[in-house]
Design a protein around this ligand. Structure first.
Ligand code: FMN
Length: 175
């Protein structure tokens, strides 16, 4: 059982990383992080994901170039590309399930990585077609997010983004 008080403080302390040290992540640690994603929730348990792990330095550099030459992408210990395997499915509400499923998996992996002492960053601003081609994604499969994981460079001054106040985001029993 996870201590709920500590968990809440852990969630409140987390923030996206702005700079990584150039440090590799052990395969054993990558496996644990992926295991968290594999055990994530998904609509009807369809698990419409494939986690493409990029830990090769040359490939990280090339992905960073596709992402506009960003150092944070190149310096990440590992890049996990969250790829879909099912894209044609809509829930009864009309929403597509796979972007939500992939977001949950991303979130599970982020929190596992953070709990292991790593820092994380989500990247969504890339040309999807170029990444699809680079990773040889099959036809129709999508790639909405890249998850960067690594050791934080503590010499960089970080901004902690505030959250909206509780009363602005919560109401009970009606809007
Ligand atoms: C769907 C999604 C896409 C995101 N894309 C990016 C991105 O492309 N680049 C980036 O720097 N951060 C990205 N983020 C991170 C958010 O900007 C960040 O979580 C938010 O500003 C709050 O900051 P914090 O994580 O430090 O609390 C993304 C987050 C989500 C959930």
């Amino acid at each position: 059982m996870v201590d709920s008080k500590n968990l809440l403080q852990f969630l409140k302390n987390r923030r996206s990383c702005d700079a990584f040290l150039q440090q590799k992540i052990e395969r054993n640690d990558i496996d644990k992080i992926i295991e968290a994603g594999r055990n994530s929730v998904s609509f009807k348990n369809r698990q419409p994901w494939r986690f493409v792990v990029i830990d090769d330095d040359k490939k990280k550099k090339e992905i960073a170039e596709i992402c506009g030459g960003r150092a944070i992408v190149e310096n990440a210990g590992v890049i996990i590309a969250l790829c879909s395997t099912l894209v044609d499915f809509k829930m009864k509400s009309g929403f597509e399930a796979y972007p939500m499923d992939l977001s949950f998996a991303c979130s599970f992996m982020m929190l596992q990585a953070e709990a292991m002492g790593f820092s994380t960053k989500i990247i969504s601003t890339f040309d999807q077609k170029s990444i699809q081609k680079y990773l040889f994604l099959p036809f129709k499969m999508e790639i909405p997010l890249l998850l960067l994981i690594g050791k934080e460079d503590k010499n960089v001054l970080y901004k902690k983004y505030k959250r909206k106040p509780l009363e602005q985001v919560v109401s009970f029993n009606c809007w």
